[in-house]
Design a protein. Structure first.
Length: 275
């Protein structure tokens, strides 16, 4: 089925690959670019960006398991399974074995690093949009366990009631009210099973710190001054640990620079990917 984006810059097809809903645009030459969304989002969150980025290469924009139009997987609910699944999809459609550059938002950044850990010769540059290579702390793990318990008790609505606006800086919420509503709608679509499996995958993810020591030159970290999940003292510590990592910081931005300041962040990411 042709996606409406075909009449703008390129054709993206919505297909079912390995039971994963995927938008893709294939090129005969050039690298591949994989866009990975965050928890409770879907691949649709990237489409306005992908429409304008006009990258020279193939594009892959999946709905990750349990999100959007992709059902939670019965076999494999950890990031290594997801990473293998995605690489299989790319290998099936990509005509060359060139690099795969990965752009990941929040949870999508974790998965991007998982792919680099498992496929070091295939993964090229990585963009961490409001994401981190650090494992969960004990406090974060306990919070995720409480979230799983809430979902099991049928109280999913409590967990997602502020999804959307809470991702955005306070000064951007009125301006982006429609976008906030769409984010909330995407969260509503996620099944309880998918949310539980995803939370387990997140809190049991690998430790990417050793990988980052080897790959920091190929990583761009994007942060926001009003990001409730990555305060200043946190990301500044990351910059000290990985001094060769590229960094772009947005003032007056929450957890979603690609939505809050799409034009500027798009140019920053594109320059990094193409240099």
């Amino acid at each position: 089925m042709n996606h409406p984006l075909q009449k703008v810059y390129f054709v993206i097809f919505a297909v079912m690959d390995y039971k994963m809903h995927l938008y893709r645009r294939e090129e005969m030459t050039g690298p591949a670019f994989l866009f990975l969304h965050g928890f409770l989002e879907s691949g649709d969150v990237w489409l306005p960006w992908a429409e304008k980025m006009a990258l020279n290469g193939s594009l892959y924009i999946p709905d990750l398991p349990g999100h959007g139009k992709s059902k939670a997987r019965e076999d494999g609910e950890m990031f290594p399974d997801w990473a293998a699944h995605l690489m299989g999809v790319i290998d099936q459609h990509q005509s060359t074995d060139g690099p795969v550059h990965v752009i990941g938002h929040s949870m999508g950044g974790y998965l991007a690093l998982e792919m680099a850990l498992l496929y070091p010769r295939r993964i090229g540059k990585i963009v961490l949009l409001h994401s981190t290579p650090m494992p969960d702390t004990p406090v974060q793990i306990e919070r995720r366990k409480r979230q799983i318990d809430l979902i099991r008790k049928g109280r999913k609505s409590l967990l997602i009631k502020n999804v959307g606006p809470s991702m955005l800086a306070p000064e951007n919420r009125e301006r982006l009210a429609i976008r906030g509503h769409k984010l909330k709608s995407e969260a509503d679509r996620c099944s309880a099973e998918g949310m539980i499996k995803t939370l387990r995958a997140i809190m049991n993810r690998s430790d990417y710190r050793k990988l980052m020591n080897q790959k920091m030159k190929d990583v761009l970290l994007i942060t926001g001054s009003e990001d409730p999940f990555m305060p200043a003292d946190y990301y500044k510590t990351l910059l000290l640990q990985y001094p060769q990592m590229a960094h772009c910081h947005f003032t007056g931005c929450g957890h979603a620079s690609f939505l809050e300041y799409p034009e500027v962040s798009l140019q920053v990411v594109k320059r990094f990917l193409e240099k």
